[in-house]
Design a protein around this ligand. Sequence first.
Ligand code: NAP
Ligand code: MG
Length: 490
Amino acid sequence: MASAPSIQIKPGKLFIGGKWVDAASGKTFATTNPATGETLTMLAEASEADADAAVAAARAAFTSGPWAEMAAADRAKILWKIGDLVDKYVEEIGTLETLDNGKPIFESRYVDMPMVAEVFRYFAGWATKIMGDTVPVRGPFLNYTLREPIGVVAAITPWNFPLLLASWKIAPALAAGNTVVLKPAQLTSLSALRLGEICQEAGLPDGALNILTGSGKVLGRALVTHPGVDKVAFTGSTSVGQEIARNAIDSLKHVTLELGGKSPNIVFADADLEAAVRGATIGIFYGKGEVCAAGSRLFVERSVKDAFMEKLLDRVKKMQPGDPMDPKTRFGSLVSEQQMSTVLGYIEKGQSEGAKLVAGGSRVTTLGNGKGCFVQPTVFDGVTNNMTIAREEIFGPVLATIAFDDVEDAIRQANDNPYGLAAAVWTRDIAKAHKVARRLQAGTVWVNTYNNYDPAASFGGYKKSGYGRELGAAALEHYTQLKSVWVNLA
Ligand code: NAP
Ligand code: MG
């Protein structure tokens, strides 16, 4: 494989109060490259004592000192600089992300990391525009509002878009003047640690961002239950999100949850079918399908289904996993052996419940050293909306194709799922597109496109896909609180 790392990967330390330190326990854990099974380096394994230290550093930075006293315009400059440094080091951070996660370097280098930079610059712009109102109250009073930061934010993030999803939390939190303790996923912590160095280089004051590597069960839980944490911003699975909401209730922390999905991608007979085929493949196979908004349920109107499937399968059969470090690769390695066995388990389940496997379905062991977590892009036809592969989030490259008869049938089936993260509609009928968009229970609806994101466009879930919104102006509401001030003018 061409995946010899062109960069040095250091052992990972914890970033607490501007210092790089070992875990209090001295424990470490390995992070591996899922495309080869090889250990990339060892990372410090933080636990409760380190959580205490990081929360104390974040609290101190929030309460007094350079960050607490900094003008919004100066916060903006630092955030902008972080974005520019991400651009400057894009080859290196992109490489780290690919080695750690298995996603194609094409995605890390040209999609994810450029968006990280954009997210920091977008929220840099907001820092000076977070403001209150003057309120027309009755009586001889002046009433105005102050929009203030919440305090110490614990950001807990998953492994699928490691640095990108961390930036969605860190950038708005810092723009609003909060301080942050970030816990990236154990599988993919390297890019977050590199971001810590970048923040130092950009002049972010000590303690404004702290980074702890370690397990969700110990470290994540310690942060969620910590009395010194004011808000938890979480992206991950619905079951862990539910546990976090339960664990945060005693201290009544603010909580935002970006959770799983089982997003319907609906193709009407009057759609541009070529475009819809491209959208369906990008919708499920971008990021190896380890994408919360993946279009994993493909609904195709019965009258065009055979023609559509023929075109779709032509396209899918040309897609094969490849070396993630090869710039030509568009489909990489799943993130871990555990994730691969989950995905293969769902493929078996699909067959045993009577769905028809029409593409892929197997692990690929002919790449590199044969130990990578490669699974073929997989398509099932003849799926019904009540089969397991249509109900549960697989979080892998497995597409479930379901037929529908008309608009009502499409909407009913699309909404018949516990999740509500995203959805897409393909049609040339503009009125139909808007009507269906309104009736889909999802936080994002794409019309004649799929997987578009922008730092200015809010993102988040309906139903069991969570609550709160990331990106856009909406995100700032979740990193600020409103104070109402009354002044007696009599
Ligand atoms: P996960 O198992 O829920 O883990 C997410 C993060 O939470 C990891 O950092 C994990 O630590 C930590 N964690 C685990 N248990 C915890 C606990 N009890 N208390 C506090 N933290 C805990 O999810 P994942 O497998 O990494 O990611 C896949 C899931 O994320 C999918 O369901 C996907 O849909 C969802 N996702 C959603 C979005 C969105 O925006 N809606 C985006 C991406 C992914 P470890 O390091 O120990 O794993
Ligand atoms: Mg890894």
